[in-house]
Design a protein around this ligand. Structure first.
Ligand code: ZN
Length: 60
């Protein structure tokens, strides 16, 4: 019997629309729903999170 890994199930990135099979990332704060691919996480989500942190620090 072949073992099926959950990570191998294709999922659709809610940011770029690409199908991907790697571990899904949380697209917050760019999206509240769905999952995003590693590429979008690295190029879009993480920079946005850093921006939010800096913004918050600026207010303090
Ligand atoms: Zn993507």
């Amino acid at each position: 019997m072949k073992r099926i890994k959950i990570e191998e199930k294709p999922q659709k990135c809610c940011l770029c629309g690409k199908m991907f099979t790697e571990y899904p990332n949380n697209p917050y704060p760019l999206s509240d729903v769905g999952v995003c691919c590693r590429e979008c996480n690295k190029t879009k989500v993480i920079p946005e999170r850093l921006r939010m942190v800096k913004e918050r620090e600026g207010e303090a």
